[in-house]
Design a protein around this ligand. Structure first.
Ligand code: A2P
Ligand code: 11C
Length: 357
């Protein structure tokens, strides 16, 4: 069987990569529709040697579509995905719009691919910083159990979209030219003040919650629990996050500190289970200065792990450093990978009790 696929947000930083990841995937594509807003209707994008014209999205755009890959912002997903499901399309949504909905599986294939079978028309793709952390931790969790996770992130500008990345490049250029840097987007479009990222660090990703955490930190806590424990409020694993935007274009870094249940686990055990896990690549050789870096992770589908150390003062506790391309494993690839898994499992169909919103 071949599938009619639509990419919603095809002109964005993630959408453009979805086109490339789909081109290089096992999903048999009969026809590809590229959807965006009226701003970019008429733009042409190449897919498998053919130029495809970008169309303005309307509810009827989804007529005859089997699979939708969406990354055009939460509001756009809320507006159009129920329309797509109603018309028989299975949607994989890279926005945060449906992630915490109990009727929507939140899937990282290496961790909880079985959840795909429960879909009712919408599958959610987690936040980029959550995805790479759970890929690195899942083999540890499976073998040794986990009590708690404390993570600090070093997140790239591209996580905030193509326009934020362009703003960051402009700031760097202005700084080097001796001009004053301006900021209109970062740290986040949704807040009142804006600060330059170039030659700076911004300890704010997304808006603030009442308790002083940012929404990005909230997502890392609750998405991790939903993916690893199938319950967004589970207390079996405690999660604590601090999220920071760093002046890097692509690939997020994370310093992850964790405590396992099985205190007999050694550093070598942790290295071995990560090394053997699909989707994770161990780059951990301090003698030869081998460790993951954003510039070497960029363009790759894997999650890279290194700097694994046992905390000498706390038995069963470890540090590690995790890097992945936030636009690929953190977004476009994880979405296309979910589509591949749906196809493999013959799950590209909308059930009768489909998602109504
Ligand atoms: P457009 O190019 O027409 O603005 P990014 O996350 O990199 O900023 O990209 C956002 C993506 O979402 C773009 O493809 C953008 O299209 C698309 N988009 C934004 N708003 C809408 C909308 N209301 N309807 C459809 N697509 C939208
Ligand atoms: C960032 N992690 O780096 C965000 C981007 O919930 O899908 C992804 C937001 C999301 O800004």
């Amino acid at each position: 069987r071949e599938y009619n696929v639509a990419i919603l947000g095809a002109t964005g930083a993630v959408g453009m990569r979805m086109v490339r990841q789909l081109e290089d995937s096992t999903v048999p594509v009969k026809n590809l529709k590229l959807l965006a807003s009226s701003r970019s209707a008429g733009t042409k994008i190449e897919f498998k040697g053919e130029e495809i014209e970008v169309e303005e999205t309307t509810p009827d755009s989804f007529e005859g579509v089997d699979i939708v890959l969406a990354s055009a912002g939460g509001g756009t997903s809320k507006k159009f995905l129920p329309e797509a499901v109603k018309r028989g399309a299975v949607c994989i949504d890279n926005t945060s719009a449906y992630r915490m909905d109990p009727d929507v599986p939140l899937v990282v294939p290496e961790v909880n691919v079985d959840q795909l079978a429960n879909h009712r028309g919408i599958i959610a793709n987690p936040n980029c910083s959550t995805i790479q952390m759970v890929v690195a931790l899942q083999p540890v969790f499976e073998k040794f159990g986990l009590n708690q996770i404390v993570v600090s992130t070093y997140q790239a500008a591209s996580g905030a979209g193509q326009s934020a990345l362009n703003e960051f490049y402009g700031q760097a250029q202005d700084y080097l030219d001796g001009k004053e840097m301006s900021a209109d987007i970062l740290p986040t479009k949704g807040d009142k003040k804006h600060y330059p990222l170039a030659f700076n660090l911004l300890p704010q990703i997304d808006v603030f919650e009442e308790d002083g955490s940012t929404h990005e930190e909230w997502k890392m806590i609750h998405e991790t629990k939903k993916i690893m424990l199938n319950d967004m409020d589970a207390t079996d694993i405690k999660v604590n996050a601090t999220c920071v935007r760093v002046p890097v274009a692509i690939s997020h870094g994370e310093s992850v500190y964790f405590e396992v249940k099985d205190k007999s686990a050694t550093k070598e055990d942790i290295q071995r289970v990560i090394d053997q896990f699909d989707g994770a690549v161990l780059q951990d050789d301090p003698d030869n200065q081998v460790y993951p870096q954003p510039i070497t992770a960029e363009g790759k589908r894997s999650t890279f792990v290194g700097r694994i150390r046992a905390d000498q003062e706390n038995p069963g506790c470890f540090n590690m450093w995790v890097v992945a391309d936030n636009l690929l494993k953190g977004a476009a690839w994880n979405t296309v990978q979910n589509a591949e898994e749906l196809v493999k499992r013959d799950l590209v169909r909308v059930p009768e009790n489909y998602y109504h919103g």
